[in-house]
Design a protein around this ligand. Structure first.
Ligand SMILES: O=C1O[C@H](COP(=O)(O)O)[C@@H](O)[C@H](O)[C@H]1O
Length: 331
């Protein structure tokens, strides 16, 4: 499988595109200079565009992805706040943007040309809004509001509007600070990394009462860790066997195994990584993990081994302050 790794480096305002070889080596394909601090990125489900949130002029840029994975700017649209996280629905018809600093989530239609338009709806009052995550059924948008210790639940209607679900929110432990989310491939469970106490919560998405319910909470730090907790990102392997979450103070990635039904996590180990890992990702074959060090200005590639443990392969200099990693299968 041919894949391309994109990294966003806001301090040097660059996107690096790398070809991921079968053996896990990276070959630099292209460096794109961007007018603005590039931060969150997502590839459209139709696989033809990379959408990138930029600042200080809050916009989403749409880069067309060529057959070899190189990028060319095709369009842009305004966003209602500083983009902290962007994502799309499962069909690529809508773009969601969560803004931590502007405490909102927005939805923007994506045209038939693949270009996002101006937001059609903005929901405010979400203090510390850190991400927007549509479930596998393309029905419920999970929006963690970090400063409110809650995850708001919105229904995505057929007309492209968001409405609070009957169960409008779930709450975390006080002071947890829910941040990013990953879904099990069976669609029954979601995993949320909590920034402020570096825990990971397992959420049953449809319990016997049809409700979202927390079924497990795990400390992701080693027993002897006593410094400030500062978790960031979370990702799952495509086969649903392993989950990874990173903490920035300790610069570690915690490795979890997942029970077959997705309901139970167990810690398998802790992987030291690049300094201040704010973003990482897993390739589509489930063989490699790529982590970015916001303070090391490098990315590092790991081979995923038995029990999910990580074997460092090589590290590569990128732009300054890398913080977002997206991996895209070509073809
Ligand atoms: O992880 C964090 O995220 C928030 C929001 O990030 P931003 O890049 O959208 O400003 C940040 O303010 C906070 O300090 C940090 O821990």
């Amino acid at each position: 499988m041919k894949q391309v790794v994109y990294t966003a480096s806001p301090e040097s305002q660059q996107i690096h595109a790398w070809q991921l070889q079968e053996d896990g080596a990276l070959t630099l394909l292209q460096v794109t200079d961007v007018a603005g601090q590039v931060q969150p990125m997502v590839v459209s489900p139709k696989k033809d565009f990379l959408y990138v949130g930029v600042r200080p002029n809050f916009r989403v840029l749409a880069f067309r992805i060529a057959a070899d994975g190189t990028l060319s700017l095709a369009g842009e649209a305004p966003l209602p706040g500083s983009p902290t996280h962007i994502s799309t629905d499962r069909q690529g018809n809508y773009l969601f943007c969560g803004s931590y600093n502007d405490a909102c989530v927005s939805i923007s239609p994506i045209g038939s040309d693949g270009l996002p338009q101006a937001p059609s709806q903005v929901i405010s009052g979400l203090d510390g809004c850190h991400s927007a995550n549509i479930d596998l059924n393309n029905q419920t948008l999970f929006v963690p509001a970090l400063k409110q210790d809650r995850i708001c639940l919105y229904q995505l209607n057929a007309d492209g509007t968001l409405a609070p679900r009957e169960q409008a929110q779930v709450t975390t432990v006080e002071g947890a600070g829910p941040r990013h989310m990953a879904f099990h491939p069976n669609g029954a469970y979601g995993y949320v990394v909590n920034e402020l106490d570096s825990t990971v919560d397992v959420w049953a998405l449809n319990n016997v009462h049809g409700q979202v319910e927390r079924v497990q909470s795990l400390d992701m730090m080693p027993k002897d860790f006593s410094d400030t907790r500062w978790a960031a990102d979370i990702h799952i392997t495509p086969d649903g066997r392993f989950l990874y979450a990173c903490d920035r103070t300790s610069s570690t990635i915690t490795v979890f195994s997942i029970s077959e039904d997705g309901s139970v996590l167990a810690i398998e180990g802790y992987q030291p990584t690049e300094t201040q890992p704010r973003g990482f990702n897993i390739d589509h074959s489930g063989q490699y993990l790529v982590a970015a060090g916001q303070k090391s200005h490098h990315i590092e590639v790991y081979k995923i081994q038995e029990r999910g443990l990580l074997n460092p392969l090589a590290r590569y200099a990128v732009g300054q302050g890398p913080m977002w990693v997206v991996i895209h299968p070509l073809g």
